[in-house]
Ligand binder design. Structure first.
Ligand code: AMP
Length: 112
């Protein structure tokens, strides 16, 4: 399979504004921010989407949320929104699991 855009960011084959990295996760700013802070948190493991995660990915899923918390704190966000678009019908356009961390403005509910 062709590497996705996000796999190329992990491999430093294309540039990104990386704000956090550890052995399992990477966080970088979205190129088309939908809020004053809009950061994508991804696993380095190439999971296509959330629903492809299995029981052996439980620790990784926890680590992704820990990275969200860490980055939100470093961005000074007390309140923030986390979004996962799972599948094209839900708005997913890059098929490498990613969590959108959005903050810095009020959010309405339900989302659009
Ligand atoms: P989704 O629609 O949930 O799959 O989100 C994909 C996100 O990736 C969108 O918010 C895009 O703006 C973002 N994106 C696309 N290309 C890049 C890139 N090269 N660097 C950072 N973010 C990107």
């Amino acid at each position: 399979m062709m590497p996705t855009l996000f796999q190329k960011i992990i491999a430093r084959e294309i540039p990104a504004d990386i704000v956090y990295e550890d052995e399992a996760t990477l966080a970088f700013r979205d190129v088309q921010p939908q809020a004053p802070t809009h950061i994508l948190v991804i696993p380095k493991k190439p999971l296509t989407r959330l629903s492809d995660a299995g029981a052996d990915d439980a620790e990784l899923l926890g680590r992704l949320l820990q990275t969200v918390n860490r980055v939100a704190a470093s961005e000074g966000l007390a309140d923030f929104r986390v979004v996962v678009n799972n599948g094209a019908g839900a708005g997913q356009s890059v098929f490498h699991l990613h969590l959108h961390l959005l903050g810095g403005r009020p959010f309405r509910w339900p989302p659009g």
